[in-house]
Design a binder for this molecule. Structure first.
Ligand SMILES: *Cc1c(COP(=O)(O)O)cnc(C)c1O
Length: 542
């Protein structure tokens, strides 16, 4: 391998070659491409090693701050990447990786992504995207229709209108949520004959002009942290995102929500938006959207639904009823890169009213001219890739019934896993799956008995130890590299609303089998025995 090493040189010719000559099929990159296109799962299995290296060790490979003066041949560099990067990355496509919302992708995605990158369209303006602009508008129309079902005439009227938009395509749920609240803010504090509007005058003048003491965003305590980021960026302040308590099913308590609206209104603090969550990140539950819509209407505030993760459930006729009321939302966030099996970088925010974007419109002289169909005039992001093509293709290739099958199976698999946990002597199901997400923990049967008969104080002490045990098992399992579940800390009603450390499972991968799930529990039982410190302590409580 290392014999007669050639040295790469920078020259006019070598640079020209980089842009014009393809990698030979038998070069390292050529072989990687071939292996990936023939069998991506096999490629990932072969090249991602279940390395036990700690991140701090891996960091040692990435410490040099100097941009190389010496060029490398592509093949030489590929060896470096495979060894230092690919080998030590995370096998998110593995059927036993059930800890997060990132999963395996359909096989057509890889060549399509290559086409997308090859075309290198920029969706900020028509001049660099042409057909990609109407394509993106159509995808927004399809997603809008999925939520609002406005009828054909509506879509014909607004889908391609220059001054309107059914939504905005974004890099993900975070930007989608920011965009939704941006629209809500600018609409609330808009311009009139005496005032230039917040967009030009800023928040301070806007609050003075409208006579508000402040703004607030109300969401359940299970709301995603991106809402706090949004409030921070929009000048409302993180503390103005007010967490409303949830009930025993992790759904917002609507009585408390209405009460808070009343309270704020008495203090002259305007509720900018009420945010419903359709599929909370930690427990996968859906807020009572219909009731929330009613409260939002009563207090005349923007109603946003964060369905970043759960929104894809609308593709299932069987389960879309779980999101009833979503069609009353002024805006809705859906991530295609979660349950729609599109790679990362694909989120949408949809607006019930196609003229909503008027309040965030921006223009420039060289692009985004008034009346142009440039998508960039009402997106937060500037240059953007043609990701909409991947959503478009997936919707065509998989189709609505195909998605329905994927979604139904995921939910039913979660129900199966919950049953498995319930039937097992040494596990405790913490939150039941409403969609394909659940939480649980390892609790030996004997400890379960003690817990049930303990007072609040002893329960607290036992749960503290169980928390350490859960953490131990989760870390060990991740390090062993055969499988992965995540962990989080949630308030549990049956333990006096104590915060409990739990395993969190998202059944996103269609290839995850019942056997995979059984193996994960079996492995956790074995790992629990290795915890010398906690298990004997727990058991000695008997
Ligand atoms: C994932 C998620 C987000 C954030 O989306 P990104 O795509 O990670 O930016 C926001 N809200 C909810 C409910 C989510 O599940």
């Amino acid at each position: 391998m290392a014999s007669a090493k050639r040295t790469a040189r920078v020259s006019q010719t070598s640079l020209h070659r980089i842009f014009t000559v393809a990698e030979a099929p038998d070069s390292t990159l050529g072989l990687i491409e071939q292996e990936m296109s023939q069998n991506l799962a096999g490629f990932l299995n072969n090249h991602i090693v279940a390395s036990k290296n700690a991140l701090t060790d891996i960091e040692k490979d990435f410490v040099n701050p100097f941009i190389p003066e010496q060029p490398e041949f592509v093949s030489d560099h590929m060896h470096h990447l495979l060894d230092k990067l690919v080998a030590q990355s995370v096998h998110t496509a593995s059927p036993s990786f059930i800890g997060h919302m990132t999963s395996a992708l359909p096989s057509f995605i890889l060549p399509l992504s290559k086409l997308m990158v090859g075309l290198n369209q920029n969706l900020v303006k028509v001049e660099t995207s042409k057909a990609f602009t109407p394509l993106e508008r159509q995808v927004l129309g399809m997603m809008h229709n999925l939520v609002y079902q406005e009828g054909e005439g509506f879509y014909q009227e607004w889908m391609h209108s220059a001054q309107h938009s059914l939504g905005a395509f974004c890099s993900g749920g975070t930007v989608a949520n920011i965009t939704a609240l941006w629209v809500a803010r600018n609409k609330l504090l808009k311009a009139d004959v005496h005032f230039k509007g917040i967009s030009r005058a800023g928040l301070f003048s806007a609050l003075q002009y409208y006579g508000y003491q402040g703004l607030a965003v109300l969401v359940s305590e299970r709301g995603h942290y991106s809402l706090k980021k949004s409030a921070d960026i929009l000048g409302i302040g993180q503390d103005s995102v007010i967490a409303i308590e949830t009930d025993e099913h992790n759904k917002i308590d609507c009585q408390k929500l209405a009460q808070k609206c009343q309270e704020l209104s008495a203090q002259n603090i305007k509720v900018l938006a009420i945010v419903g969550v359709a599929g909370t990140t930690e427990t996968g539950n859906i807020d009572p959207l219909d009731k929330m819509a009613h409260i939002a209407k009563q207090y005349q505030c923007h109603f946003h639904v964060d369905a970043a993760w759960g929104g894809a459930t609308l593709l299932s006729y069987k389960y879309r009823g779980l999101l009833a009321g979503i069609e009353k939302a002024d805006s809705v966030t859906i991530d295609a890169h979660k349950q729609m099996y599109v790679p990362m970088g694909a989120g949408v925010v949809l607006f019930k009213d196609p003229s909503s974007v008027a309040d965030i419109e921006h223009h420039a002289e060289y692009i985004l001219r008034k009346g142009s169909k440039d998508l960039g005039s009402h997106t937060l992001e500037g240059s953007r890739p043609g990701m909409a093509m991947l959503v478009y293709a997936s919707l065509h290739i998989i189709s609505r019934p195909g998605y329905e099958l994927l979604i139904n199976q995921a939910i039913e698999k979660a129900e199966y896993f919950a049953e498995l946990i319930n039937q097992h002597d040494d596990f405790e199901l913490i939150t039941e799956p409403e969609l394909c997400l659940l939480t649980y923990r390892y609790v030996p049967k004997s400890v379960q008995r003690i817990l049930a008969n303990s007072d609040e104080e002893s329960q607290y002490a036992i749960n503290l130890l169980l928390g350490k045990l859960t953490k131990f098992i989760q870390k060990r399992q991740r390090e062993a590299g055969r499988s992965f579940v995540s962990r989080t800390r949630i308030k549990v009603e049956r333990y006096n609303d104590e915060k409990i450390i739990v395993f969190r499972v998202v059944l996103a991968n269609p290839l995850t089998s019942k056997e995979n799930l059984q193996d994960i529990l079996a492995e956790q039982c074995v790992l629990a025995q290795e915890s010398e410190n906690f298990l004997p302590q727990l058991l000695s409580k008997t």
